[in-house]
Ligand binder design. Sequence first.
Ligand SMILES: Nc1nc2c(ncn2[C@@H]2O[C@H](COP(=O)(O)OP(=O)(O)OP(=O)(O)O)[C@@H](O)[C@H]2O)c(=O)[nH]1
Ligand SMILES: Nc1nc2c(ncn2[C@@H]2O[C@H](COP(=O)(O)OP(=O)(O)OP(=O)(O)O)[C@@H](O)[C@H]2O)c(=O)[nH]1
Ligand SMILES: [Mg+2]
Ligand SMILES: [Mg+2]
Lengths: 274, 292
Amino acid sequence: ILGKSVIDDVVWEELETLLITSDVGIETSSTIIKNLRKQNFKDTASLKKGLIDEITKLLVPYSQTIDFNRNKPFVIMVVGVNGVGKTTTIAKLAKYFVDKNKKVVLGAADTFRAAAIEQLEIWAKRLGVDIVKQKENADPAAVAYDSLQYTKAKDYDVLIIDTAGRLHTKSNLMEELKKIKRVLQKVSMDYPDETLLILDATLGQNSINQAKVFTESINATGIIMTKLDGTAKGGVLINVVTSLRIPVYFVGVGEGIDDLEIFDARSFAEGLFE
Amino acid sequence: TLTDKLGQVFKKLRGHGRITESNITEALREVRIALLEADVHLKVVKEFLERVKEKALGQEVLTSVTPAQQFIKIVADELVNVLGSYTSELDFSGKPPAVIMLVGLQGSGKTTQAAKLALFLRNKKRKPGLVCLDIYRPAAYDQLKKLSAQISVPFFEYEKPKDPLNIAKESLIFADKVGVDTLIFDTAGRLHIDQELMDELKALRNNIKINEVLLVVDSMIGQEALNVAEKFNQEVKLTGLILTKLDGDARGGAALSAKSVTGVPIKFIGVGEKLNALEVFHPHRMASRILG
Ligand SMILES: Nc1nc2c(ncn2[C@@H]2O[C@H](COP(=O)(O)OP(=O)(O)OP(=O)(O)O)[C@@H](O)[C@H]2O)c(=O)[nH]1
Ligand SMILES: Nc1nc2c(ncn2[C@@H]2O[C@H](COP(=O)(O)OP(=O)(O)OP(=O)(O)O)[C@@H](O)[C@H]2O)c(=O)[nH]1
Ligand SMILES: [Mg+2]
Ligand SMILES: [Mg+2]
């Protein structure tokens, strides 16, 4: 796009291609381009900077950090559709808190998927944190409740509850999440302090539906976008965040325990050009 | 829906004799929007629209259907044409065991689909066996082992995981020993840009007689479906695709992108988390789903 220096129709088309192929979505791309056209850039270099500034400006209000000291124990529930990286992200989050000298507990409330509990147990062991679990097929709300009681009894700082992946179109599964929340709220209306929605950067426009339904059903309070170490740009995040006004706390950039970064609006915008 | 939008576009066509370049531009624009919203790759959309335009131009406007219906039929037919026939034909040729290897990005549904395939084959009176070649993901082995037990399919057990090639070779001996005629290899999720892991797949392909290499693709995937399918195909030579999580509301445009760039058939679709949730691919259903 910036091979030539003059801004002509070819440049606008290349810009649209860049946005659409980054999963920004056709409507959001056209809104961004409309706003850029009004700004009368003199050459492609300033247009490129203008685009990065525009996207940064859209995302910066939502680039926030988790205020985990506001409650003790601080309870985080992690949700999202199947395979997006919930369990792995929980391990990374636990490390983030352990590094801040917090005592962390993991709640193995995915009692459905084969070896989900074993998977989380391995991470707990690697991190040296406690895990609360029950048998496979136990009631997830019961595990969530148990893990909260355990965390309070031990006077630990952070509880992170893993849940089974579920498609937002399955109302009975969304009900199950509501039940987990209600059970936590019985202990305190503050709980959970955060309901983190995990979005996968490789997914396309369906992430908008996911975010809408998860937010409407169980009030997602923050987003973590995973798999940004791949070639996907995660452009759908722009629409999700600006239309639902949910903060983005972190991004996942790999399969290892340290592959979690604080979300930075400008780096995300610059990522579109990589 | 697209049909409603095209209905609006073609209101002006009533009374005209033919579909022409000028009256089709708006219609093509509506199809473009629909396909991009369905996550079909932009490049694939452009090529597709060119072919639709060619097919549509010069056609007599039929009196038995509305112009919108006629145009939609051209679009749907072309979609079905690209998506391919319904076939779940798997290659089992050669000296047993036949080997089916599942590959794909992290979290796409390989392990679950491996078990679903095993159940599918068992129901077809074959003797499948499951092999975990994922030595990285915590509890990957336990996950596949549990699924195997759920459907009473032999699972290749090993103690210390060496490397996937080693495990694969030993699983061939296991297959002979227990009378398994079809081995299903579950591999670790990997990025198409991770050369080391792509080489691992290449090594398997080059050293083991593998009958089918199926790319497992999450139907919710976005524009990258094109690059991912292309890269996996270049590195490991695919024989088919499996599109998963179609029990959701993703339009699944990835089907069109992946099929057009690789040319390999979509053999199955995953429509749920249970092990019986595997279906043969139906191009007509997929076409109307993509069009929305
Ligand atoms: N490359 C990459 N892979 C990731 C990232 N986060 C998770 N993964 C991988 O994605 C796959 C799925 O991760 P999980 O943590 O099991 O996902 P999940 O959402 O808990 O899955 P379900 O519980 O089955 O719904 C695993 O192979 C992870 O290693 C990331 O940021 N980058
Ligand atoms: N709803 C739905 N969920 C599915 C389908 N196929 C798999 N899943 C779920 O998707 C998640 C990921 O499935 P896995 O089989 O672990 O995916 P994978 O590709 O083996 O993951 P990695 O090994 O980490 O790369 C699990 O929660 C599965 O239950 C499907 O067709 N529909
Ligand atoms: Mg999980
Ligand atoms: Mg797997």
